[in-house]
Design a protein around this ligand. Structure first.
Ligand code: ADP
Length: 410
C-alpha cells in the first residue's frame, strides 16, 4: 500500500503546533508551527522537515480557522522526502489527523473518533478549559475543511485519568458540588504520563507495564502521576492545572483558608487572585527573579537568597508529593523524571530522591550528573529504578491516532 501520514495538531490560543508522522513506521517526518505573533490578520508557518531545510511561509489568516485551513493546505501540498533518507520528494497523503485536546471532562475518557456528535460533546465541556477547547474545535473544523478525506481523532490530556477511583477524585466539600457543578479532580499532562508509562516498561524490558510507577513531569507546568499496573491512580493536578506542584508562575496546592483570608483581610478580588495564582506565583513569585527554572538555578548559584529559597520550596514539595503518591500505590518500582526541568536539572533530581531511600529509591550521583535522557540513573542495587525520559507527546498522539484508524468501522 502507498505510504500515508498522520498529522498531529496541538492548537493553542495564539499558535498551532503540527507534527507529521509516517503512518506505518511512526517515524517523524516534520514538525511545524503556525504563529500569529501579535498580527491578527497574518501568521507565519514554519515547517521543519526531519530531512531537509526549514520552510517559512507567510499566510493570510484573518481568523483562526481560515489560518489553520491555509496552513494545512500548504502542509499537504509540500513536497517532502517522506520515506526516509534519500527518498524522492512527494506531497503528503494525510490519512488521519490526531488533535491534542486539553480536557474531555467526565464524558470523554478515551481517545475518540470525531464526528458531529462528538464535537457537540466536546463543546459541552468547553467551560472546563475555556482558552483551549474552543481553539481545538476550530482546528478540528479547519482540518475537516482542508483534509476532508482524513479521519479526525481526538486525544484528551485528561483521558489517561479516566479510571481514577472516587477516593482520589472527590474533594471533601458538599457532595452536591460534585453532582450539580461537576467539581472533582481530573488530572492533566496525561499524554506525557501515558507516553512515559509505556517508555518506562520498554526501558525496564518488561513484558507488561511497570507495577508501581511514579512519573514527575516538570516543565513550565508540572504534575506527578501514580500508575498501578499501567492504569493511572491519581495525578497531582486536580479540577484545574493549578493544584499540585509549585510551577513556573503557578502556586500549586495552597491552604484554601489563606485564599479566603487574603480576600477578606486584604481586599483581593477574584480576578486579582486568579492573575496572581496563575501568573505571579510559583518560582517567579518566591524568587522574584524568573519563572524559568534554569535562570533561578543560575541566580541561586550566584548567591541570590530568594532564588535559593524558591528552589528549596520547589524541591521539597515535589519530594513530599512523590512520597505520598508512591505510598498510595504501596511502594515504587520506578520513578520517572521528564519535562524540561525533570530531564535537565540534576540538582532537582538529587534533591527529590534525597529522602526517598526509605522507599527503596537510591540515585547514583554520578549517573545523575552525567546521563541524558533516556537513561536509568539508579544505583545498580537500588530496589526502584530512577529513569530520565524525554517525553514525546506528539508521538504518543500519533500512536493512538494510528491505533484508532486501524479499528474497523462498526
Ligand atoms: P513546557 O512545559 O512549556 O513544555 P519545558 O518542558 O520545556 O516547558 O520546561 C521548561 C522548563 O525547563 C523551564 O523552567 C526551563 O528553565 C527548564 N529547563 C530547561 N533546560 C534546563 C536545564 N538545563 N537546567 C534546568 N532547567 C532547565
Amino acid at each position: 500500500m502507498a505510504h500515508m501520514e498522520i498529522l498531529v495538531i496541538n492548537a493553542g490560543s495564539s499558535s498551532v503546533k503540527f507534527a507529521v508522522f509516517d503512518f506505518d513506521s511512526l517515524r517523524q517526518i516534520a514538525r511545524g508551527l503556525l504563529d500569529w505573533a501579535g498580527d491578527a490578520r497574518r501568521a507565519t508557518l514554519t515547517l521543519s522537515p526531519q530531512d531537509g531545510e526549514e520552510i517559512r511561509r507567510e499566510i493570510d489568516a484573518p481568523d483562526y480557522r481560515s489560518g489553520v485551513v491555509a496552513a494545512m493546505k500548504v502542509l499537504s501540498g509540500l513536497e517532502l522526502a517522506v520515506e526516509g533518507q534519500g527518498a524522492a520528494n512527494r506531497s503528503l497523503r494525510i490519512r488521519v489527523v490526531g488533535h491534542r485536546l486539553i480536557h474531555g471532562g467526565e464524558e470523554i475518557r478515551r481517545p475518540v473518533r470525531i464526528d458531529e456528535e462528538m464535537k457537540k460533546t466536546i463543546e459541552g465541556v468547553a467551560h472546563l478549559a475555556p482558552l483551549h477547547i474552543p481553539a481545538g474545535l476550530q482546528a478540528i473544523n479547519a482540518a475537516e475543511d482542508a483534509l476532508p478525506e482524513a479521519m479526525q481523532v481526538g486525544l484528551f490530556d485528561t483521558a489517561f485519568f479516566g479510571d481514577i477511583p472516587p477516593c482520589a477524585y472527590l474533594y471533601p466539600v458538599p457532595y452536591q458540588w460534585y453532582e450539580d457543578w461537576g467539581i472533582r479532580r481530573f488530572g492533566f499532562h496525561g499524554t506525557s504520563h501515558a507516553y512515559c508509562t509505556q517508555r518506562a516498561a520498554e526501558m525496564m524490558e518488561l513484558e507488561g507495564p511497570v507495577s508501581r510507577l511514579v512519573i514527575c513531569h516538570l516543565g513550565q507546568g508540572g504534575s506527578a502521576t501514580a500508575v498501578r499496573d499501567g492504569t493511572a491512580v491519581t495525578n497531582t493536578m486536580g479540577f484545574t492545572p493549578l493544584e499540585g506542584f509549585m510551577m513556573g508562575t503557578r502556586s500549586g496546592t495552597l491552604d484554601p483558608g489563606l485564599l479566603l483570608y487574603v480576600q477578606r483581610e486584604h481586599g483581593l478580588t477574584v480576578d486579582q487572585l486568579d492573575h496572581i495564582l496563575h501568573k505571579e506565583s510559583g518560582l517567579l513569585g518566591l524568587s522574584g527573579v524568573s519563572s524559568d527554572f534554569r535562570q533561578v538555578e543560575i541566580a541561586a548559584s550566584e548567591g541570590h537568597k530568594r532564588a535559593r529559597l524558591a528552589l528549596d520550596v520547589y524541591a521539597y514539595r515535589v519530594r513530599a508529593m512523590v512520597g505520598a503518591l508512591a505510598v498510595s500505590i504501596g511502594g515504587i518500582d520506578a520513578l520517572v523524571f521528564t519535562g524540561g526541568i525533570g530531564e535537565n536539572s540534576a540538582w532537582l533530581r538529587s534533591q527529590v530522591c534525597d529522602g526517598l531511600e526509605c522507599l527503596g529509591v537510591h540515585l547514583d550521583p554520578s549517573l545523575n550528573e552525567n546521563e541524558r535522557a533516556d537513561a536509568d540513573i539508579a544505583q545498580r542495587e537500588s530496589a526502584a529504578r530512577v529513569l530520565i525520559i524525554h517525553t514525546r507527546e506528539d508521538l504518543m498522539i500519533a500512536r493512538e491516532a494510528r491505533r484508532l484508524a486501524l479499528v474497523p468501522d462498526k
